[in-house]
Ligand binder design. Structure first.
Ligand code: FE2
Ligand code: FE2
Length: 395
């Protein structure tokens, strides 16, 4: 089980032993289509082999809706030649309030322009080469992942999408233009800010994004939705040689002031996670410890119920700083390949991180789980309660 919220659950698999799969959760029944086995292409384009050669069907995903909150369900599966069996058990989240006020979503680390993944870029996209029937190459995997993430988040009900930085891979003008065009084609409004990968080579990515209608201020700014204020904070370091972020005191305090000026709850987004220890223990480093502590202490004093979310590390985690809950959400384009949905209630917030389920995306993100000798699949996804949880506003 990859994702759960107060009324739905997402189940995903890397391979299936049966082609006619049926999955039942409570009264919800799904018949997901079998996809071809995932192809792993290591070291050179064209050198493809099945990732799980013993399994007849490949990676997939199904969402079961209409579940009751705070309820435990058995997940029952069956397939051709496979009798019904209990495949797992799930527990839906409690609803943190009486009224749902809005829904929005985030995408992080979309890295338009990336061509390969893993140490030394060993993992190639099986769909990168022209198909044998003469059809041209498909869209590159970061493009497929971002388009599908937007489509799936909007289908889920997102009224706005926030792109949390690392829109590109190397900040070439073509990458920035492609990212801007895809984001601005979204059927719902988009807010975006930069990551460290969008500030290289002296390219003015903000100007190119602006030409496509995506204004990206350097200074923190706010957008109000029903029931919540979004505060969007740029942490890009002025020196593009570094991965780390920056949050000078005056910028951090400006973000805190924007938060304090709202009479209601506040959701804060940054690209770089705040470092909570004097010496960074996780790579890549985030906002330096001193600046992070200064910002978070001021935010705790002004708005103790604030929720903070970040990208940059391509992993899913949840941790606390005093009363403040902080989440890191993974990339769209590498395992597990996700977007995050937020349901805003009068009493709190639900975060649900879902895998992008489009077949030509999940087949790629499944292949990337093999990065770093298979360590990526253990590091990146986090636990279910790192990804999906409900928090109350009053803390
Ligand atoms: Fe990134
Ligand atoms: Fe980053």
């Amino acid at each position: 089980m990859f994702a759960v919220d107060d009324c739905s659950a997402q189940l995903t698999w890397r391979a299936s032993p049966a082609e006619d799969l049926t999955i039942e959760v409570g009264d919800s029944v799904a018949h997901p289509l079998a996809s071809p086995p995932v192809q792993l292409v290591l070291d050179a384009p064209g050198r493809a082999r099945p990732l799980d050669p013993a399994w007849p069907a490949g990676a997939g995903s199904v969402v079961l809706d209409g579940l009751s909150p705070a309820t435990t369900y058995d997940v029952v599966a069956t397939g051709r030649g496979v009798p019904r069996f209990r495949a797992g058990r799930l527990h839906t989240l409690a609803v943190p309030g009486e009224h749902l006020l809005c829904r929005f979503a985030t995408v992080s680390d979309v890295h338009i322009g990336e061509r390969r993944f893993g140490v030394m870029g060993r993992i190639h996209d099986a769909l990168e080469n022209p198909a044998p029937d003469g059809a041209g190459p498909g869209e590159p995997y970061p493009v497929r992942a971002l388009r599908a993430a937007i489509d799936e988040a909007v289908d889920w009900g997102a009224e706005l999408i926030v792109a949390k930085g690392d829109l590109t891979n190397r900040t070439t003008p073509a990458e920035v233009r492609d990212a801007a065009r895809i984001l601005s084609a979204s059927p719902v409004p988009v807010e975006a800010f930069l990551g460290n990968h969008d500030n290289k080579q002296g390219v003015n990515s903000r100007a190119i994004l602006g030409e496509q209608g995506l204004a990206v201020p350097w200074v923190p700014y706010a957008r109000d939705l029903p029931g919540v204020r979004l505060v969007l904070v740029n942490t890009v370091d002025g020196d593009p040689r570094y991965h780390r972020g920056q949050l000078p005191a005056e910028i951090g305090l400006r973000a805190v002031r924007l938060s304090a000026e709202s009479s209601g709850p506040v959701w804060v987004a940054l690209h770089h996670p705040p470092e909570l220890h004097r010496f960074p223990t996780v790579h890549p480093p985030g906002v330096p410890f001193g600046e992070s502590r200064h910002f978070l202490d001021a935010l705790v004093a002004a708005k103790p119920g604030a929720f903070v979310t970040c990208g940059h590390r391509h992993r899913n985690r949840r941790y606390d700083y005093g009363p403040i809950v902080i989440s890191e959400v993974g990339a769209t384009k590498d395992y597990p390949g996700v977007w995050a949905g937020y349901k805003v209630y009068d009493g709190g917030l639900v975060q649900v991180v879902r895998r992008i389920s489009r077949p030509d995306v999940i087949s790629w993100t499944e292949a990337t789980r093999r990065a770093m000798n298979g360590q990526w699949q253990r590091w990146s996804p986090g636990r279910l309660d790192d990804r999906c949880f409900a928090v109350g506003w009053a803390r």
